[in-house]
Design a protein around this ligand. Structure first.
Ligand SMILES: CC(C)(COP(=O)(O)OP(=O)(O)OC[C@H]1O[C@@H](n2cnc3c(N)ncnc32)[C@H](O)[C@@H]1OP(=O)(O)O)[C@@H](O)C(=O)NCCC(=O)NCCS
Length: 220
């Protein structure tokens, strides 16, 4: 059987988005070990519904491959968050926006910053870049959502600071890492950011000089 991992990854239509030191870039095969380490961190996995602890290596490989496929097909955005000012541009976390495939449902964000890199503004900068990019490339995009498990105050505060508002509550299966009996539910707060609130709040667009090779997506 052919191991698909050894085939080249689909080319990404966006090779980078950067503002100041924070640069978002597509996942590469070389990110697998970092994905395993960061995804397996209990303090990260605790707030992510589908993260086992530890992550098996095949799962990280699958995430890299699937994320590149989705990017190439225009079904979502998946980026490593890196610091361009540090040697070797370390991956400090990740952020995604998944297009649900139902025009009536806004894309949904998922993100993390590894514990050693938290509270340095990486998540706020990364989400600002991602949101700016999404609203810029799709004038028909009217809203973006994120679902936060009850008790995740850092994430709730991060979203409120980006002008998300609570849209409602819902229930989902407890995160895999909680090891709860099957069927255990957790409550989520669903947050929504409206396009007009984003622009009214004067959130900076990514300036042209910071836009790193996103021409294919923008059709320029
Ligand atoms: C939530 C998370 C992504 C924040 O990342 P971060 O890079 O540390 O966040 P930033 O430094 O950019 O902080 C931006 C804002 O988020 C909020 N925030 C971040 N960490 C916080 C904390 N420990 N307590 C309270 N608020 C916090 C604050 O509003 C902060 O703004 P401020 O610094 O002006 O107070 C990070 O804590 C994380 O990865 N947590 C585990 C995974 C997770 O919860 N993912 C989201 C699932 S919905």
């Amino acid at each position: 059987m052919i191991d698909l991992w050894f085939l080249p990854l689909p080319p990404s239509p966006v090779t980078g988005i950067q503002s100041n030191r924070v640069r978002l870039r597509p996942f590469e095969k070389t990110d697998v070990a970092t994905l395993v380490a960061q995804g397996s961190d209990r303090t990260v996995a605790h707030w992510m519904i589908s993260f086992p602890v530890p992550w098996p290596r095949w799962m990280a490989r699958q995430r890299v491959r699937d994320s590149r496929r989705e990017m190439a097909a225009g079904r979502g955005f998946h980026f490593a968050i890196t610091d361009a000012d540090l040697p070797d541009m370390p991956m400090v976390g990740a952020c995604s926006a998944i297009l649900i495939g139902d025009a009536s449902r806004p894309p949904e964000l998922a993100y993390w910053v590894a514990p050693g890199w938290q509270r340095r503004g990486y998540a706020r900068s990364a989400l600002r870049l991602l949101l700016s990019h999404m609203f810029d490339v799709d004038p028909a995009l009217i809203a973006v959502e994120a679902a936060v498990i009850d008790g995740n105050a850092p994430s709730a505060s991060l979203l409120k600071g980006l002008h998300f508002v609570v849209q409602g509550q819902e229930y989902a299966s407890a995160p895999i890492s909680w090891d709860e009996p099957p069927g255990t539910q957790v409550r989520l707060q669903r947050y929504r950011l409206w396009r007009e609130d984003w622009f009214r709040a004067g959130q900076a667009h990514i300036s042209e000089q910071d836009r790193v090779d996103t021409k294919a997506v923008r059709g320029l």
